[in-house]
Design a protein around this ligand. Structure first.
Ligand SMILES: Cc1ncc(COP(=O)(O)O)c(C=O)c1O
Length: 383
């Protein structure tokens, strides 16, 4: 290496894929103060932080109501339970997503029907959705009941087109927004784009806690009350009698306290994520396939993912330059042992190609401009 660049390199390294430590350093006194409050009042379950966070999230997004639960998977499960989704129902989901989307469908006793994704946005392809719904209707074995678009890597799915198909076939729409909190479409925040949205507060998410947590956002107060009951063994408002089947799916007060503090810096962090994405775009445009911007949507920038023909070799070159990267996802759900029984005949050509070519670069609000320039310089040199 050029000796004159040693000082510069010291300020660039290390590069983290995500940097929860830098974020913690920024908010640690506030987190500790919130933890002390929980220790003082001692309501570890159903403490005042739960209602405070539900209201803060509803206020921010414009959702009618928000119900916290144990994690993003439960958020999907509770929404499906509340809608009565079960055996005999077909639920349309992408296969290019995390296992939770399909597991939740099978835990409900319903049948997942895998839909291909769009090559530009990586989100559910409305044309393939329409074809798959039509095929289920013609076959007549299952009831076309629900669609779960996944806002992959932060970008909201194509809800205007999906809404039209759903309206034609009376499909319920549950958004899997586990990766997209902070994203927008037509001026609406994720959480208030679809009638129901499941969100995860897993620590690595753009808005995460220090453990597990999740929430379901609703455009209907009645649905939210049903989910509140489901998360506490189907109990009535007094939590004494179970009036429906439910489970234990509560988020605890300590985790809510963490999210409350992180929410105070969330929009500032989001601004920085957007700037980093724009910087990546500027440096990489023309050299590689950069993430798609849809005119009506903005990503929450949980991840910055690119498509590379020679992905595995380039990933090794980046690793040699101490640049971490990750592959979401190496394998489609329809290729996994748990879900392969539902693999569609004819495959999912776009999704299959993406598994071989997708790569996620470091993305978090504490990346410096110099680090982004360094990553892009090494990446372009490797092409
Ligand atoms: C697309 C998607 N859906 C659902 C989930 C499940 O969230 P959790 O891990 O909080 O259960 C995840 C988690 O990463 C996800 O990426």
């Amino acid at each position: 290496m050029d000796v004159s660049r040693i000082g510069e390199m010291k300020s660039i390294m290390p590069i983290s894929f995500i940097d929860l430590k830098a974020q913690q350093a920024r908010i640690r006194p506030q987190i500790e103060a919130r933890f002390s409050t929980v220790l003082d009042h001692g309501q570890y379950i159903n403490g005042p932080e739960i209602t405070e966070l539900e209201q803060a999230l509803a206020h921010m997004t414009g959702a009618e109501d928000v119900v916290l639960c144990g994690n993003g998977t439960e958020a999907l499960e509770f929404a499906m339970m509340g809608e009565g989704i079960g055996p005999g129902d077909a639920v349309f989901i992408p296969a290019f997503t995390y296992a939770a989307t399909a597991s939740a469908v099978l835990m409900a006793g319903a049948t997942p029907v895998f839909v291909d994704v769009d090559a530009q946005t990586f989100n559910m392809d409305p044309v393939d959705l329409a074809a798959k719904v039509q095929a289920i209707v013609v076959e007549g074995r299952l009831q076309a009941a629900m669609v779960i678009p996944v806002d992959l890597f932060g970008l909201p799915a194509n809800y205007p087109a999906i809404n039209e198909i759903a309206a034609q076939h009376d499909l319920k729409i549950l958004a899997d927004g586990a990766q997209s909190f902070g994203g927008t479409q037509d001026g609406k925040w994720v959480g208030n784009i679809a009638p129901m949205t499941a969100v995860s507060f897993f620590p690595a998410k753009a808005l995460g806690c220090y453990g597990d947590g999740g929430a379901i956002f609703s455009q209907s107060k009645e649905k939210a009350e049903i989910w509140r009951s489901i998360r506490w063994h189907g109990t009535d408002a007094t939590h004494k009698e179970s009036i429906r089947v439910g489970t234990n799916g509560r988020m605890d007060s300590m985790q809510a306290a963490v999210v409350l503090v992180k929410l105070t810096i969330f929009e500032d962090e989001l601004k920085r994520r957007r700037k980093i994405a724009a910087l990546y775009d500027d440096c990489l445009r023309g050299a590689i396939h950069i993430p798609e911007r849809c005119g009506r949507s903005d990503s929450g920038w949980g991840l910055y993912s690119i498509v590379l023909e020679d992905r595995d070799r380039i990933r090794n070159v980046l690793a040699d330059a101490n640049i971490p990267s990750t592959i979401y996802y190496q394998q489609l759900l329809s290729q996994m042992a748990a879900f392969e029984a539902f693999a569609p005949q004819g495959g999912l050509p776009v999704s299959e190609g993406l598994c071989r070519r997708i790569l996620s670069l470091p993305m978090h609000p504490y990346l410096t401009d110099s680090q982004v320039h360094y990553i892009c310089e090494k990446l372009i040199a490797a092409l």
